[in-house]
Design a protein around this ligand. Structure first.
Ligand SMILES: Cc1cc2nc3c(=O)[nH]c(=O)nc-3n(C[C@H](O)[C@H](O)[C@H](O)COP(=O)(O)OP(=O)(O)OC[C@H]3O[C@@H](n4cnc5c(N)ncnc54)[C@H](O)[C@@H]3O)c2cc1C
Length: 289
């Protein structure tokens, strides 16, 4: 169940990143507990990832045990207006199920390539919707195996922000409250959002979505574009020609990508006075020790 020396480039949408010393993909909460015990017995650090769509893993990879909660641990149940999702479920799948059951509130997530767990940690959002508008509570385990549960009020949600980003926790389940709606109208909205994405975003190239958070009073893409940085390239990393907020991987290294992130932030600060902060989460070591 636990594999050794696994390239994480295969686990990220950027297709970048060195190896995990060890990788576990638990299929149940019992397997998750076993993986945590295994790491604890060996004194290994634990890192959790979801579908890897908001991650830059450095070229040296991640030491210790990486636990990937994606796909497995992804069961879905609907009772009335309450949808409960395993943290590994894909947001696209959850929003499709909600539409089929005539439940509105998740159409914004139709094209977000993350998991329910990663989406909740990031408070993912688009087109006026955010996961915090539907999340009622979350459950999971701490690295020592202790279970925890937080209500939405306890989660400290903000723009692409939650307390889960600052605690060592492994989400296993998220409960959401939706509102009744017409399945065909919800599906039409999902199609429209996905049409807009395909029109504006470089979906044919590896990326982690918007690289930077939206700064107060503006859009990162607009500032990057205004500084003339569209198409700027360092090694195999490039500011997308199609959408300046997306940095794409044309076949480079994580070091290229991080250097480009730093260069873009430096130039935008220099030319506009606005400090961009990364939305992408950076994990791991530049060089394997
Ligand atoms: C083409 C494209 C378009 C995108 N569009 C959007 C968009 O419109 N809106 C938006 O908000 N984002 C967007 N993103 C970014 C990304 O899809 C979201 O941030 C998504 O919610 C991340 O989920 P993930 O499962 O991939 O998490 P990962 O990238 O694997 O991880 C993100 C963070 O969550 C943590 N994490 C993941 N799973 C768990 C878990 N089970 N328990 C505890 N911590 C966990 C990780 O440690 C990490 O800190 C886009 C990305 C791409 C590639």
């Amino acid at each position: 169940m636990i594999r050794e020396n696994v390239p994480l480039s295969a686990c990220t949408t950027l297709r970048l990143g060195g190896p995990a010393d060890f990788l576990a993909e638990p299929g149940s909460e019992a397997e998750l507990r076993e993986a945590l015990t295994w790491a604890r017995e060996r004194g290994l650090p634990v890192t959790v990832i979801g579908r890897g769509s908001n991650l830059l893993v450095r070229d040296g990879g991640i030491r210790g045990l990486v636990i990937r909660i994606a796909g497995s641990l992804g069961g879905l149940t609907v009772a009335g207006e309450t949808l409960t999702a395993g943290a590994g479920a894909a947001l696209t799948e959850v929003s499709r199920l909600a539409a089929d059951r005539g439940l509105a509130g998740l159409s914004f997530a139709a094209g977000i390539p993350g998991s329910v767990g990663g989406g909740t940690v990031m408070n993912a959002g688009a087109y006026g919707g955010e996961l915090c508008q539907t999340v009622v509570s979350v459950e999971g385990l701490r690295p020592d195996g202790t279970p925890f549960r937080y209500t939405a009020e306890e989660l400290g949600f903000g723009y692409r922000e939650s307390r889960l980003q600052h605690e060592e926790v492994l989400l296993t389940r998220v409960e959401m409250r939706l509102t009744p709606g017409d399945p065909e109208a919800i599906r039409a909205e999902m199609r429209e959002f996905n049409r807009r994405r395909a029109e504006k975003q470089p979906l044919n190239l590896p990326s982690a979505g918007s690289t930077f958070k939206r700064p107060a009073g503006g859009f990162a893409a607009e500032l990057i574009d205004r500084c003339g940085l569209k198409g700027l390239r360092i090694g195999g990393a490039q500011v997308s020609e199609k959408h300046a907020g997306f940095l794409v991987n044309l076949g480079g290294t994580a070091a290229d990508f991080e250097a480009l992130m730093n260069e873009v932030a430096r130039r935008v600060l220099q030319e506009t006075g606005v400090a961009l902060t990364p939305e992408v989460r950076i994990l791991g070591e530049a060089v394997r020790a």
